[in-house]
Write a protein that binds this ligand. Structure first.
Ligand code: ATP
Ligand code: MG
Length: 249
């Protein structure tokens, strides 16, 4: 369970460009919930994920994960169980390294069995099997460098890497914004499958209302650093796309 308790985040305190990016946000997310977050530019969505992942510390409030206060735990320590996928497909993987080596790095991040990973044929087989579910043929290109792949291919692999081993929480910040419609659909479908298969707790930020309508078990709208709507499963399922468009008129 994730508990955000009275979170505020202030940037550039005391300066002319001071911003209150989050204002007393409280949010409880039970295990295996898939929360979709929408909201205008600058409403605090990314800041919320940053505070959860440890990329930023909150100015006020507490971040509790599975009963432990992690408010001041650095990002690299949280990354054992929190994975992130960003808007930019170039972020999160090493361009010069092969697909297989990128998976090795990801596994090292989330597991304690470091020494086995490097030499193990079983690991290679596991990576192959995992990649083959994408249906992109990338399982036969394990030695190809990550930098030579398309944005959609990279994003699909980033997603797979992010759910390895001890990952419990998956944070997706506009993961399809840079992709063509077909790749975008594949990425979201893959994410949805992985979230279910690995029983992950997930948060997806998107500006695509159709995706927000289609995916997830809960819908949150942010506005000016606050949660302004919070729809649970039944209400979300009953929500129509035209109703959502009206929120932004
Ligand atoms: N590192 C930072 N330093 C100063 N201000 C920041 C910083 N990060 C975010 N902000 C400000 O905080 C506010 C919230 O930004 P945030 O990136 O969380 O919005 P967002 O909802 O993710 O927007 P978008 O939809 O454009 O990605 C904005 O006013 C932004 O300018
Ligand atoms: Mg953002």
């Amino acid at each position: 369970m994730i508990e955000l308790q009275h979170i505020s985040k202030r940037f550039n305190k005391g300066k002319v460009n001071e911003v209150l990016a989050l204002q007393d946000v409280s949010l409880t997310i039970p295990e295996q919930e898939f929360v979709v977050v929408i909201g205008a530019n600058g409403s605090g969505k990314t800041t919320l994920l940053n505070i959860l992942s440890g990329a930023e510390y909150c100015t006020e409030g507490n971040v509790i994960i599975s009963g432990t206060d992690v408010s001041r735990l650095p990002e690299y320590k949280r990354s054992k169980w929190i994975a992130r996928v960003f808007q930019d497909p170039l972020k999160g993987t090493a361009s010069d390294l092969s697909i297989l080596d990128n998976f090795r790095l990801a596994a090292i991040r989330t597991t304690n069995k470091k020494l086995i990973i490097g030499v193990n044929e079983a690991f290679k087989k596991r990576v192959k099997d995992t990649i083959s579910i994408l249906g992109m043929g990338l399982e036969n290109k394990l030695e190809q460098s990550m930098g030579t792949l398309s944005g959609g291919q990279r994003q699909a692999l980033t997603l797979l890497m992010s759910v390895m081993d001890d990952t419990r929480i998956l944070l997706l910040d506009e993961p399809t914004a840079a992709l063509d419609p077909r790749s975008a659909a594949l990425i979201l479908q893959t994410a949805d499958n992985l979230i279910k298969q690995y029983h992950l707790t997930a948060i997806l930020i998107t500006h695509n209302l159709k995706d927000a309508n289609q995916y997830g078990t809960r819908l949150i709208q942010m506005g000016e650093g606050k949660i302004i709507r919070d729809l649970q499963k039944t209400d979300k399922a009953a929500l129509t796309l035209p109703q959502m468009y009206e929120w932004f008129n």
